[in-house]
Design a protein around this ligand. Structure first.
Ligand code: GLN
Length: 483
């Protein structure tokens, strides 16, 4: 059962091959047996999952037929889940029981998804390795001595190890696409505003976007169709109808114009990854695509701009964790200032503190123009690069990451080395465009991801290209041994 995709599961549930309750029990058993090796779950909600599964079975028995009715998933632990701890992988929120559901959680529950629990992540989604979690690092099922990527590393590891077929994630600078690449999954960051951020604990509000991770593009299409949509509770949510992502999966790719940015294939890229990406291009050509060399000249400025803007927004967003209203509070504060200082000093981990300090510095009077405003100007230039590239091509293709999964601890003492791993993913967040990563081969037994980028609201095009590629290749079906 655990090898089935969401679409397989939908068929099996419709044909009564097994019930949602049987499937849920079987996956809960796998989580109990295998997750101690991975640490992908922070909280397993067994009783709630069984209740949701039984409810889904009852709805099917009463004649309902939705594809996700009874589909097992789990949520990254930054989506608020009513009555269930929502920790953001931080000591700060270790005791926080969310009083309401995030819109994404609510929407997926409404169509009958069964949530098995809350997934590990980098603390407050800051990281590329899932090593900054208060609950300990997540291991990559392809090699337990390596990182799964981050910050949605728990989502990625749990799906890759076949503990769950799909999960939610969030992507501020690559946190869906990068872990998908390092664990052989398909992950989609939607256009900014496509998926409601309401109830998704904020890291950098102008960059954050929730989205699906799964093994196939088809499953991402299935999930996105239910996650996306206008939400009056999120002022940046876009009031535009949701496309039928499943319906466009089978469009032929003849005439598709694929752009290869020369900056994505330069220094810093592992040449074996470069070769795997060019093999994807050859495959797409066989499917009818034409290829064009393009340029995204401001790529070199992306990391410095991102690592000013994201920490700046984080420093503002995280000021709400003050030890007063909710979250960690230090013991016996002597006065209000002591309460603030010690609660925050004890509640936040090193990476979060680093971001708060960088962000506060960049926003402070005297430095605001030199750093924050300048970074915003670069952001506009990066957006303009994409707008002009998409005048010439329909999708942009390149590697998702410059390297395959690295060893646990390898980059943890050098934050800048970890920041450099985000080079190919952060521009989509700065511009707000959608991006997808999908399996594209292996280097030394470690997965390689290829990234596709598209114009605003063209998630359907990304899923279409990925699905067509997955019809003629089998990288995405490969499973790590031992799981
Ligand atoms: N690695 C990037 C960061 O640490 C992106 C994280 C994310 O997308 N949440 O900020």
């Amino acid at each position: 059962m655990h090898n089935l995709t969401l679409s397989d599961i939908a068929r099996a549930l419709a044909e009564k091959t097994f019930s949602a309750e049987e499937l849920t029990r079987s996956l809960l058993g796998r989580i109990q047996q295998l997750d101690p090796q991975l640490n992908s779950f922070i909280t397993v909600t067994e009783a709630q999952a069984l209740a949701q599964a039984k409810a889904a079975d009852a709805r099917r028995a009463a004649g309902e037929t939705g594809a996700l009715l009874g589909a097992p998933i789990a949520h990254k632990d930054l989506f608020c889940t009513q009555g269930v701890r929502t920790s953001c992988a931080s000591k700060m929120l270790d005791n926080f029981i969310a009083p309401y559901n995030a819109t994404v959680v609510e929407k997926l529950a409404a169509v009958g998804c069964v949530s098995l629990g809350k997934l590990n992540m980098d603390e407050f989604a800051m990281g590329s390795a899932n090593e900054s979690s208060h609950y300990g690092p997540v291991k990559n099922p392809w090699d337990l001595t390596r990182v799964p990527g981050g910050s949605s590393g728990g989502s990625a590891a749990a799906i890759a190890a076949r503990l769950i077929p799909a999960a939610t994630g969030s992507d501020t600078g690559g946190s869906i696409r990068q872990p998908a690449a390092l664990t052989n999954l398909t992950g989609l960051k939607p256009t900014y505003g496509r998926v409601s951020r309401w109830g998704m604990i904020a890291y950098a509000s102008s960059l954050d976007q929730g989205g699906p991770l799964a093994r196939t593009a088809e499953d991402c299409a299935l999930l996105l169709g239910s996650m996306a949509g206008f939400d009056p509770k999120d002022s940046t949510s876009v009031d535009q109808p949701v496309d039928d992502y499943l319906a466009s999966l089978n469009q032929p790719l003849s005439g598709l114009r694929v752009g290869l940015p020369k900056e994505y294939f330069g220094a810093g890229l592992d040449s074996r990854i470069g070769a795997a990406i060019l093999a994807v291009v050859e495959e797409l050509k066989k499917l009818g695509a034409t290829v064009k060399d393009i340029s995204l000249p401001n790529l070199q400025h992306a990391i410095p701009a991102y690592y000013v803007i994201a920490p700046a927004e984080a420093s503002s967003n995280l000021s709400r964790f003050d030890g007063v209203r909710y979250g960690h509070r230090c013991d016996s504060p002597v006065n209000l200032e002591d309460l603030y200082k010690r609660s925050r000093a004890e509640g936040f981990g090193a990476e979060v503190k680093r971001r708060i300090m960088v962000g506060t510095y960049a926003l402070s009077a005297g430095y605001y123009d030199a750093y924050y405003i300048k970074a915003q100007k670069i952001r506009r230039l990066i957006k303009n690069d994409f707008v002009s590239a998409f005048n010439e091509v329909d999708v942009i293709l390149g590697p998702t990451t410059p390297n395959p999964a690295w060893k646990l601890g390898e980059k943890s003492s050098d934050p800048v080395a970890a920041y450099l791993e985000d080079i190919y993913t952060i521009t989509a967040n700065l511009a707000g465009i959608p991006g997808l990563s999908m399996p594209a081969g292996f280097v030394d037994g470690l997965p390689v991801g290829v990234q596709l980028l598209a114009p605003y609201f063209q998630e359907g095009r990304l899923l279409n290209v990925a699905h067509q590629y997955q019809q003629v290749t089998d990288w995405h079906t490969q499973a790590p041994s031992g799981f």
